[in-house]
Write a protein that binds this ligand. Sequence first.
Ligand code: GLU
Length: 446
Amino acid sequence: MSKPIVRFAPSPTGRIHIGNARPALMNALFARREGGVFVLRFDDTDLARSKREYADSIEVDLAWLGIPPDMVVRQSERFEIYDDAVARLRDMGRLYACYETAEELEFRRKRQLARGLPPIYDRAALKLSPDEKVQLEAEGRRPHWRFRLDHRNEVWHDLVRGPSHVDTSSLSDPILVREDGTYLYTLPSIVDDIDLKITHVIRGEDHVTNTAVQIQIFEALGAKVPIFGHINLLTTTSGEGLSKRLGHLSLTSLREAGLEPQAVASLAVLVGSAESVRAVADLDELARLIDFDHISRSPAKFDENELYNLNARLIHDMSYEAVKTRLAAMDADGGEAFWLAIRGNLAKVVDAAGWWVVVRGPITPVIVDRAFVDAACNLLPPAPWDTTTWKTWTEAVKEATGIKGKALFMPLRLALTGMEHGPELAALLPLIGPERARARLSGKAA
Ligand code: GLU
């Protein structure tokens, strides 16, 4: 295969969410795997709704996911090439002026539906004579422009869905340019795909119908039609589609909630595929797991809680090297021994800060059995301590007091950490150290 050039093309009208991360990752990881190019294209022709701040946040989100684009283009800076394409389509008679108002179109639609007919644009504007057009314009009407479809069974081999087809006679001729001269999504997307030599258009399956239309426009413009691949959409477990409304699933919110990018990426890529959903820390490995032939045709239902499970699993295997700078940034770099002691207890990396307080103090010890804890304190082995100290100590305590099991461990844990649960005390004890351990066993905050 020649090197793919792919794109992720969000409209910067809001923050992107995990459902958008799916096509973004599929494109970026496919390009990475095949040594291709990943383009981020902002579909910002709607100048009123598009915001630079959203575009910027999308770039931050992609960088966080580990898939910064190789190239960024903004449609708002490319109107000239769209205007050229419009002129060409108009000259070849594929783009025609229509003068119906939105109300007139709505009225016709309702009438068609009432008669049991499909609500398709009837191409009435094609029958307008030059005089009638002059007349309409004299009344102050401005045209919008439709692309005249070839009515046929449009067939393509979809990268994901295999042989696909759409009967274009069941579609209205698409409006490419509005009466105020602004562009709808369809044409700029094609012109950019041609200009940037996009080889594969990989996007959500909500675009299947658009593909039939777009193939005809690619051909009308004399361009090679790219390979199309339509991936199933993410939905919630109840089958609800994701929308910008579900703000807590935005990548920004997920990042702020302390999730690891690889947890989000693993879920976004693997759900609804033939692979089991699992935590994959390495994006190259995740890229290898993408198999366009085996993506399910039904919606990919995902459970938000699964994100947190994946997150915990990633952290439980995370090396000290990988997390060191982040620990230092939250003033919780207790070294490798500390990290290895606590990582199995973390749901999020930020929780390390709490365990660092447990180690370095001050904490308020909980003393449930003063006499027992005093006796244990007197049996503390001499320094230096290591990970065998806990065993040596508790065996001595058991011998001296006859107390064992939970009755022995729990009072010591409560005194040493102030908590009922936590990392292995064998690992924590040498980190707490003799001085703090003695103070805590005597009931002092330390
Ligand atoms: N801006 C379009 C969308 O977000 C892009 C679709 C495409 O990839 O062509 O749906």
